[in-house]
Design a protein around this ligand. Structure first.
Ligand code: NDP
Length: 287
């Protein structure tokens, strides 16, 4: 890697990002395209996002990704919200455009691109969405934009699920949205669903804590876990044991990264190279 006075800078702003795979993914892309760019981790404690973004502006960063716990605050700190970021009030990518900070959300595009790549048909589908945080909102919007017929939402906190319901009903009323209780009974709509998307950090280990009636999984269903890990999560294993098709969060992560890359550089991203770098970093125990 060559760094000089013309090197363009981007990075990831977050708290607890010691194991982020994004620097490996983006730096591999810059290197492959022989671009004089660098992507660095930027550790920012909660409450310090605003001065951090001001600093990036002053230092001439081209932009940054934003991750836990700053996505919602970022939406309040930028000069302009664009596309899905304006709908969700959640920013995962900031683009610095001649002094102005533009907030974007590439998680929605990332999930839609994953669906297409994996061959998951969302149009007319019914989904059980577990979770109602930032990732769940992006997934719900992506499914609705793809023409999903119905989304059931179950979330530990009913309030957050209700916020997601209001948001989606306002933006895409054609998709029916129904809240379910966060328990086994709530999960018993599985029989009516084409896919279940786990948007919580649970169920990554054996002894799944998700209140899911796994008996409802059959061969025609998808079990999608947004978590990315070097092996299948307990949620995926349980679903797979009953014949369901499974996928983890790799596709969404790579496609949101590719979309951020395009926003900063104006060039299309070398997805194959980014995927290889991601898998190498995972195997090396970096994620
Ligand atoms: P948020 O903090 O915004 O939301 C977390 C969600 O998980 C909420 O619905 C929360 O419920 C629920 N939750 C957390 N802990 C528990 C618990 N102990 N019991 C029950 N529910 C719980 O996080 P994100 O939405 O940003 O991230 C969620 C997951 O998605 C993470 O695993 C993250 O790594 C992954 N992700 C993957 C991406 C990808 O590209 N593959 C992109 C973004 C996220 P409540 O509302 O009740 O607190």
């Amino acid at each position: 890697m060559h760094i000089d006075g013309k090197t363009q800078m981007v990075g990831i702003v977050g708290h607890g990002i010691a194991y982020t795979l994004s620097p490996a993914i983006h730096n591999a892309a810059f290197s492959d395209l022989e671009m004089n760019w660098i992507y660095v981790p930027l550790r920012v404690v909660p409450g310090a996002l605003e001065p951090a973004l001001l600093g990036l502006r002053v230092l001439g960063f081209r932009g940054c990704n934003v991750t836990i716990p700053h996505k919602l605050e970022a939406a309040r700190c930028v000069d302009e919200l664009r596309g899905a970021a304006g709908i969700l009030k959640s920013v995962n990518t900031v683009v610095h455009d001649e002094g102005r900070l533009v907030g974007c959300n590439t998680d929605v595009e990332g999930f839609r691109a994953f669906l297409a790549e994996a061959g998951v048909r969302a149009a007319g589908s019914t989904t059980l969405l577990i979770g109602a945080g930032g990732a769940a909102r992006a997934v719900a919007l992506a499914l609705a934009e793809e023409g999903a017929a119905r989304i059931f939402v179950m979330n530990r906190s009913r309030e957050r699920a209700a916020e997601l319901e209001v948001l989606l009903k306002r933006v895409i009323p054609a998709t029916e949205i129904s809240l379910r209780t966060y328990d086994l009974e709530g999960s018993r709509v599985l029989g009516e669903c084409d896919m279940v998307v786990n948007c919580t950090p649970l169920a990554s280990r054996a002894g799944s804590e998700l209140p899911l009636d796994y008996e409802g999984f059959t061969m025609d269903k998808w079990a999608i876990d947004l978590k990315y890990a070097s092996r299948a999560t307990a949620f995926m294993e349980e679903a797979s044991a009953r014949g369901a098709k499974t996928a983890d969060g790799e596709g969404m992560l790579l496609h949101q990264a590719a979309a951020s890359f395009r926003l900063w550089t104006g060039q299309s991203a070398p997805l194959r190279v980014m995927r290889e770098a991601y898998r190498r970093a995972l195997t090396a125990g970096n994620g």
